[in-house]
Every structure is written in structure tokens, then in C-alpha cells.
Design a protein around this ligand. Structure first.
Ligand code: GUN
Length: 293
């Protein structure tokens, strides 16, 4: 069994990005600039956004954090999105999700100029991704592809089961794994809360990508010996031994599943660090106007 070290891979990629930014700036180019909008004080969102700002520093990007309280109106938020769309210094920006219930996530996502949508959530980016055109790809699936690439994991012709069908992870992951290039080129099955033969599907899989959001959902009886297991789960579970009072629990029962695997990602330190790294790659591409003018 080989452990896939997302933390070390992400650190190496951030250093590659920082090197490229140093070259861009040395040659008179513009330092990439990412803005993030954070609404409210949800603990998870605060942590994610803080880590995104720190990653910007590590990569040599400029970052701007814009905060609103929970009672911000949809109209005020849309006005801020419009401002960032028009701000020529901002190369890309994100609106941290979820938003308060009185605001439509989808309406806000669709208000973002797709050319600055470094989260890859806008329908134009989702559509372009699904037909293999250059675009911003959602960070978590793209981070997983990068791990598969860097660990030389064969995907062509393999049977891949994606657990979960969220717009952010499951759906784009399935699309990417079936694309006609590698990593990808796999035979993909998507299983979800209403799948009837989920266990058997998993048992037949060469690659399992678990993004179902249920701690310890994938057990040893669901994994074929030699399978590759990618764990996207990051459920916060209470843990009195931690300073924060919680720990992150993956979707995979690691202790019993890992001995069966050829490769497996740990939680934490697997997919998580790669997600922010993918956002940094998208921001660099935005700064270089790599996909869109
Ligand atoms: N909430 C959870 N993951 C993400 C993400 O990748 N981007 C944004 N904007 N919000 C999130």
C-alpha cells in the first residue's frame, strides 16, 4: 500500500507556482490577484478562506478578503460581485459557499464573470469542462486528477466508482474521469444515496473516489484488493483530545481499508491540501489570461 501524500504534493506545486510568479514579476508582468468574498462566521468557511489567503501568500499572489455579515442582502452581494467583475486588478475571485439561506448560491455563481470564476462553478465553465474545452475546473476534482497524475496511477480503461453526485465534486469528478485523456479514460459509475447496488459496484471498482460526506462509509468489504481509494470526506467530528475540539473524518474507514489498497489518500493530508492548490493554479491561469481574454 502506498500513501498518497497530498500535503507534500501541494507544497511542491505551490513552490512551482511561486517560482513562475517570480519570473512573471521579474519580467515586468502582473502579480496574480485573487479576491474572496466570505459571508458570516461559519467555522469551516473561516478556516477554508484563511487557508486560501495563506496559500496566496505562499504563491506570491496578491489577495483581497471581502467580508459581509450573515444579514447581507442578495442585492448587496450581487453588487459586490459586479464590482469585482469590473475591477481590472482582480484576475479571479470566489464567493465562499454555502451562503445564508436567504441568498441563492446559484444566482450568485451565475453573476460571476466566467472569465474570473476560478472556482469553476459557473455553468459556462462546467459546460466547457464537460466537453473538454479549456476552462477553470472545480478545485477538488482537479486536485484529485493532479494526484493521480503525479503518482502515475493508471486510469485508462479502469473501472472507477464515484460516490456522491454534488455539483462541486461528484459530478465534475465523474465527467473528468470519463474524458478522453489521462488521467481519465476510465469507465465511470456514479453511486449516491439512492443507489441500490452500491456495495457491489464498489467491490468491482479499480478506483473508488468517495465524496459522499458520511464518515467511515467505505468499509473493507466494499474494496477490491489492489484498488486505488481517494477519500474526499472531511466531516468534522467531536474530539476532546484536539485543541479545536474536533477532527476531520474521511468517508473511508482507513484502518481496515488501507491494507487492501494499492494507493490511498489519508484524511487529513490527502485531497484537502490539493484543493486549495488547484485554486492557486486556476488563479495563476487567470493572471496569465490562459483560457479567456
Ligand atoms: N465551499 C466548499 N468548498 C468550496 C469551494 O471549493 N469553493 C467555494 N467558493 N466554496 C466552497
Amino acid at each position: 500500500m502506498q500513501l498518497i501524500d497530498g500535503k507534500a504534493t501541494a507544497a511542491a506545486i505551490k513552490e512551482e507556482i511561486a517560482e513562475e510568479v517570480r519570473n512573471i514579476v521579474a519580467n515586468g508582468g502582473k502579480r496574480p490577484h485573487l479576491a474572496a468574498i466570505l459571508v458570516g462566521h461559519d467555522g469551516g468557511s473561516e478556516t477554508y478562506v484563511k487557508n486560501k489567503v495563506l496559500a496566496c501568500e505562499a504563491c506570491g499572489f496578491t489577495s483581497t478578503l471581502i467580508r459581509f455579515e450573515d444579514d447581507v442582502t442578495e442585492q448587496e452581494l450581487l453588487a459586490q460581485v459586479d464590482k469585482l467583475n469590473k475591477d481590472e486588478d482582480i484576475d479571479g475571485f470566489i464567493v465562499q459557499l454555502p451562503l445564508p439561506k436567504h441568498i441563492s448560491d446559484q444566482k450568485v455563481i451565475e453573476a460571476i464573470d466566467y472569465r474570473k470564476d476560478v472556482d469553476g462553478f459557473h455553468p459556462i465553465n462546467v459546460g466547457r469542462m464537460s466537453i473538454g474545452l479549456p476552462c477553470y475546473i472545480s478545485a477538488t476534482p482537479n486536485g484529485i486528477l493532479e494526484l493521480l497524475r503525479r503518482y502515475h496511477i493508471e486510469t485508462s480503461g479502469k473501472k472507477c466508482v464515484v460516490l456522491g453526485r454534488s455539483n462541486i465534486v461528484g459530478k465534475p469528478m465523474a465527467q473528468l474521469m470519463m474524458q478522453k485523456r489521462v488521467p481519465g479514460d476510465a469507465t465511470v459509475t456514479v453511486c449516491h444515496s439512492h443507489s441500490q447496488n452500491l456495495k457491489e459496484e464498489c467491490r468491482n471498482a479499480d478506483i473508488i473516489i468517495a465524496a459522499i460526506g458520511i464518515p467511515n462509509f467505505v468499509t473493507a468489504d466494499m474494496v477490491k484488493p489492489g484498488a486505488v481509494v481517494i477519500d474526499v470526506g472531511t466531516t468534522r467530528v467531536p474530539d476532546a483530545s484536539k485543541k479545536s475540539g474536533f477532527r476531520l473524518n474521511g468517508d473511508v474507514k482507513f484502518d481496515e481499508v488501507s491494507p487492501l489498497c494499492s494507493f490511498i489518500t489519508p484524511v487529513p493530508g490527502g485531497v484537502g491540501p490539493m484543493t486549495i492548490c488547484s485554486l492557486m493554479k486556476n488563479t495563476l491561469a487567470a493572471g496569465k489570461k490562459e483560457y479567456y481574454q
